[in-house]
Design a protein around this ligand. Structure first.
Ligand SMILES: NC(=O)c1ccc[n+]([C@@H]2O[C@H](COP(=O)([O-])OP(=O)(O)OC[C@H]3O[C@@H](n4cnc5c(N)ncnc54)[C@H](O)[C@@H]3O)[C@@H](O)[C@H]2O)c1
Length: 376
């Protein structure tokens, strides 16, 4: 009996092989954090695939602890222009995901204007970096309140609307930093790991209402959240054991990133993340519930095993890209004279070196995936 039921359900939902055009036709999608970045790309891609889209954002500074430029009303208007150009039904709403009352009012408004909700993308989020040793209360509270509580508010406010609709999709935007952690990013990682737990439980509870819940876990994506000195410094710092440069150039950041991203790109664009959301939101993904999908160029977050940098020098005793005091120095050639000091296997290690000028210094060298592969 049970297997018969399964067969029937599977037959009902099997993708019949139609083209992907109009994959979301007839659906109403609500996307939070849609003024720019990943949220905007998802909103636009969903609209292109036939969904009516409600673009939601606070469109002003969310917290005083953040260092990136906040999104503005003009950003949200720009998303509106892009949606307008596609030609489907759309709306832009100013809402703060930290306020469940505002979200519940938004649900009523969307149901009134659009007749219901099928897809909820809980994407809005902020990021800031502070070491656990230096952290003040706001450094923890603001991130958890916005990213974790705000996402939970979004789920709690919209779940009844999806139940009323008889089916639905929830896509929560977590992060690879949530899954793997990041130095100086404990609050952000905890908020994003919390979102994975929220997704796992929500999927268990809402599955019986034909609602799937998944997370997307982006790696480094090029958006206003990340295109700034602070985020780039953290990216470079992931490959070093000494304090990273505070204002790394784009080139320096790319050089630090590249060896860590098997796909061969330093970061992805928001438009490369969006199709994953479109797929998860579609009827095709009816069985894809309770999963986290990494979209990050297959970055290995420090899982390359043990590596002895001394081996890198065997034979020639010099490397191409030596950095000294945090700055990349193509002109510098050095001889290894000391022990490998760091523990970061890919991207860069610290060593005692003697430069061509005879001066000794503590420097770093680039270590590539090939070097690690050679190590075995
Ligand atoms: N860019 C990355 O590398 C990256 C990687 C992993 C995860 N993410 C996550 O993806 C999501 C989008 O990031 P992005 O890079 O596009 O950032 P972004 O800053 O460009 O966009 C985020 C948007 O969310 C909005 N927002 C934030 N808090 C809000 C609130 N309380 N209420 C309403 N709107 C709010 C902002 O105003 C902004 O428009 C975030 O959750 C972020 O944590 C980003």
């Amino acid at each position: 009996m049970a297997s018969d039921q399964n067969k029937q359900t599977a037959a009902e939902h099997t993708w019949k092989g139609e083209g992907f055009a109009g994959l979301l036709s007839g659906k109403v999608a609500v996307v939070t954090g849609a003024a720019r970045g990943i949220g905007r790309a998802i909103a636009v891609d969903m609209a292109r695939n036939g969904a009516a889209v409600v673009a939601v954002d606070l469109a002003e500074r969310v917290s005083m602890i953040t260092e990136f430029e906040p999104a503005t009303k003009a950003d949200l208007e720009e998303t509106g222009k892009l949606l307008e150009a596609i030609g489907g039904k759309w709306s832009a709403k100013i809402t703060d995901i930290r306020k469940i009352g505002e979200l519940k009012a938004l649900v009523e408004e969307v149901e009134r204007e659009f007749g219901g909700v099928d897809i909820v993308v809980a994407n809005a989020g902020i990021q800031a970096f502070k070491s656990l040793l230096e952290m003040e209360d706001a450094d923890w509270d603001d991130i958890i309140d916005n990213n974790l509580n705000g996402t939970a508010n979004t789920v709690r406010a919209f779940a009844p609307a999806l139940v009323r609709r008889g089916a639905g999709r929830m896509i929560l935007v977590s992060s690879m930093q949530g899954r793997y952690g990041m130095k100086n990013g404990a609050a952000y990682s905890a908020s994003k790991w919390g979102i994975i737990g929220l997704m796992k439980s929500a999927a268990l509870e809402l599955g019986k209402h034909k609602i799937t819940v998944n997370t997307i876990e982006p790696g480094l994506i090029d958006t206003p959240l990340t295109r700034n000195d602070r985020r780039w410094s953290m990216a470079v710092g992931e490959t070093m054991t000494t304090p990273p440069p505070e204002h790394p150039s784009e080139e320096e950041t790319i050089r630090a990133r590249l060896p860590r991203v098997p796909l061969g790109v330093p970061w992805l664009t928001p438009e490369q993340v969006a199709p994953v959301a479109v797929f998860l939101a579609s009827d095709v993904a009816v069985r894809a519930g309770r999963e986290g999908v990494e979209v990050g160029g297959f970055v290995g977050m420090g899982d390359y095993g043990d590596f002895d940098a001394r081996e890198v020098y065997a034979g020639d005793g010099e490397r191409d890209a030596v950095h000294r005091d945090g700055a990349l120095r193509d002109d510098l050639r050095g001889e290894l004279i000391g022990e490998f000091e760091g523990e970061t296997p890919v991207g860069g290690v610290e060593v005692r070196m003697k430069g061509d000028d005879g001066e000794e210094f503590s420097g770093g060298v680039d270590v590539t995936l090939d070097d690690v592969a050679a190590e075995g």
